[in-house]
Design a protein around this ligand. Structure first.
Ligand code: ADP
Length: 255
């Protein structure tokens, strides 16, 4: 897929919980190769948007297109197989598996459609196994996690656990990666490292959408920023453009 082509299109999506419209007629388009920021006050609908895009929530109205297919209401595992990967605001690692096993699982699950080969050709199982381990080692090296490979994530500092979660999401081989507040709980140095990691992910050909409260990070990292308030998009543009939008300034003063 060439940079600049549309990879994700959210078209007039509303998500209603009883009386509350968590998302209200939201439309946005993300181009392949972009790092898109999604910001907004607490409760403005950011995570709900990720949940709709990744299939956890079915929209009340509207459509979601991903890689030229209508994916509205598709189950999360189908979207994952189609090339969508995400992290969560609260870490969701397998705390009792090792770091390496967390990475292995991500890769393996993304390829379950190949399982028929396991039955037909036992030799390919071994080859596949070696391949998976080599790939996991590559990922661990790339994210500076090799020294933690044999340890359980829950025994590691929080900043490292965050990095494991991103590495696991990337290990699945996505075309689009959704990061939900990846800088939460990180110190200044870790935030700088995170910015480098996200840039390298994008440079490897993965489109990134990032929900983030750290405005400094959003402004330096993202080419475009979408601003939500009360379930509606109140601004969408370059960081400089949204920063001078009166509705944005107002929404943040009220937060
Ligand atoms: P943000 O991520 O911007 O903080 P959310 O998307 O988490 O906002 O929430 C937007 C609104 O939708 C909030 O008022 C929240 O309480 C509500 N909401 C989110 N998920 C649910 C749910 N599963 N059931 C009911 N209300 C929900």
């Amino acid at each position: 897929r060439r940079d600049g082509e549309t990879i994700l299109q959210v078209d007039r999506v509303t998500k209603q919980f009883r009386g509350l419209k968590a998302l209200d007629d939201v439309s946005l388009t993300v181009a392949a190769g972009e790092i898109r920021g999604v910001v907004g006050p607490n409760g403005s609908g950011k995570t709900t948007l990720f949940n709709v895009i990744s299939g956890l929530y079915k929209p009340t109205r509207g459509r979601v297109r991903f890689r030229d297919a209508d994916r509205t209401g598709d189950a999360p595992y189908r979207l994952a197989r189609a090339g969508l990967s995400r992290t969560f605001q609260n870490l969701r690692l397998f705390g009792d598996l090792t770091v390496e096993e967390n990475i292995l699982v991500a890769r393996d699950r993304s390829r379950t459609w190949e399982s028929w080969r396991y039955l037909l050709r036992p030799i390919s199982v071994l080859r596949r196994d070696r391949e998976l381990h080599r790939h996991a080692r590559d990922v661990l090296d790339r994210y500076g996690l090799a020294e933690f490979a044999a340890l359980a994530p829950k025994s590691l500092p929080y900043g490292i656990q965050r990095r494991v979660e991103i590495a696991r999401a990337v290990a699945a081989g996505p075309a689009l990666l959704l990061l939900d507040e990846p800088a939460a709980g990180l110190n200044g140095e870790e935030v700088r490292q995170l910015a480098e990691i996200v840039r390298s992910i994008r440079d490897s050909g993965i489109t990134v959408i990032i929900i983030e409260h750290n405005m400094g990070l959003v402004m330096t990292l993202c080419e475009r920023v979408t601003v939500l308030a009360g379930g509606r998009i109140i601004a969408d543009g370059t960081p400089a453009e949204v920063a001078r939008t009166p509705a944005v300034i107002e929404a943040y003063l009220g937060d």
